[in-house]
Design a protein around this ligand. Structure first.
Ligand code: GLC
Length: 409
């Protein structure tokens, strides 16, 4: 006994004790990671009953609405103009490789057919169509991958223990283990649609808690991978990745940057795909007053700079309650598509070069080419030196979105 203990201790100290919990990704999972990295643009969709209020996806919390009053929006949710095939085509034409839909946001409303609650699109709305299933089919038919966002928060269910966000709740009814079982039931339902990835959010709701809030994330990840080992798991917890996660994500900032104050985590690009999610305007969910959209040029620059860091851009749109994509978003998608048709090969299938970001722009590369992206023509030099070669650079037009110079390797 003593000997066994001593051996175990020695192995543990050496770090060689086989940790039962250590996650080993499947072959298919590693392939899915590569595929994720090869398609640099994803479209993020924040769509739910909050869209009917047109005040962003946090309206229950920011508007301090009583949950039962807020939930009445479900009765009026009838997105008559929703056309999954038209959405999928618009995303495909924009050059996107995948789509991430909010299956359930912090308000707890499920945008899919679920047996785990009646607070879902089939039971609580007059629309009674599984928009998640319809969109999944349409997205896959366009050859893109489908991913689901899933919030770990629930502002309405009594069993979710209230954190920083949301409105007051009867804390005596909180029962995380009960809530966890509900989540598992829903996740099994989502997995039946074979998403490429699940995208979690909300851990920050119990940040700063002592002792740490028992989210049981590893258990949830094991559960997901036991259903489908190839399904990628990511979590918007703003921390370094946890055991069992397959990609690392950043909110409103590129990896290694932190202008929004949400990205202090270190970047582990060597081993995992990276993804930055960003809004086109300010809010994630449809907000009628928020018309301050990034230009096509700004979006392209974000995408190119993401690719130069080996990261994807998950570009958000907040669809309207009537089922339409906002006109400004459609306009940006169109412009993005024009750029991608000509230049998509300089981001898709491309990664970081290891060369530093320059005052004039960035570089990306594939197996045979180095691409110089001149994003700020005023700062562009006349020549560029690379591996002992000096290459004259064309005069970049002042109004060009991105002047690309291709160098054969
Ligand atoms: C934040 C917001 C949430 C949004 C998410 C997207 O966590 O709380 O509303 O869905 O960012 O990254």
């Amino acid at each position: 006994m003593r000997k066994t203990l001593t051996l175990a201790l020695a192995l543990a100290v050496l770090g060689t004790l086989p940790a039962a919990a250590q996650y080993v990704p499947s072959e298919g999972n590693l392939k899915a990671r590569q595929q994720m990295q090869a398609r640099r643009l994803g479209i993020f969709l924040h769509w739910g009953i909050y869209s009917t209020y047109a005040q962003g996806e946090w309206y229950l919390s920011t508007g301090k609405l009583q949950p039962d009053v807020y939930a009445e929006a479900a009765g009026g949710f009838y997105p008559a103009r929703f056309d999954a095939a038209a959405w999928a085509k618009a995303f495909k034409d924009a050059g996107a490789g995948y789509v991430t839909l909010t299956s359930r946001h912090h308000d707890g409303f499920s945008m899919f057919d679920t047996a785990a609650t009646d607070f879902d699109i089939m039971d609580a709305t007059p629309f009674k169509r599984d928009v998640l299933a319809e969109l999944t089919e349409a997205v896959k038919a366009e050859g893109m991958d489908m991913q689901y966002y899933y919030s770990l928060i629930d502002w309405i269910r009594p069993d979710y223990p209230k954190g920083h966000s949301g409105v007051a709740k009867d804390s005596t009814l909180a029962n995380y283990n009960h809530y966890f079982d509900f989540e598992k039931a829903q996740i099994a339902e989502l997995m039946a649609h074979h998403p490429r990835a699940l995208w979690f959010d909300g851990i920050w709701d119990h940040e700063d808690e002592t002792p740490a809030f028992p989210w049981r994330m590893e258990e949830l990840y094991n559960y997901i991978h036991s259903i489908d080992p190839d399904c990628l798991v990511g979590n918007n917890h703003h921390r370094t990745v946890l055991e069992g996660e397959d990609f690392q994500m950043f909110e409103q900032d590129l990896p290694g940057e932190n202008s929004a104050g949400l990205s202090e985590q270190s970047v582990i690009s060597a081993t995992l795909p990276l993804e930055t999610c960003a809004t086109m305007n300010w809010a994630w969910g449809y907000k009628v007053a928020d018309q301050n959209y990034k230009s096509v040029k700004q979006i392209v620059h974000l995408l190119v700079r993401a690719a130069s860091k080996g990261a994807n851009l998950l570009l958000n749109i907040g669809p309207q309650a009537n089922g339409e994509l906002p006109a400004a978003a459609l306009d940006r998608l169109k412009g993005l598509g024009e750029w991608m048709r000509e230049n998509g090969h300089t981001v898709n299938g491309c990664g970081a070069t290891g060369l530093p970001e320059e005052p004039w722009g960035v570089t990306t590369r594939d197996a045979h080419h180095l691409y110089l992206h001149i994003l700020d023509p005023e700062k562009a030099p006349a020549t560029y030196s690379f591996q002992g070669r000096t290459i004259p650079l064309p005069k970049a037009k002042a109004d060009a979105i991105d002047t690309i110079v291709t160098i054969r390797l």
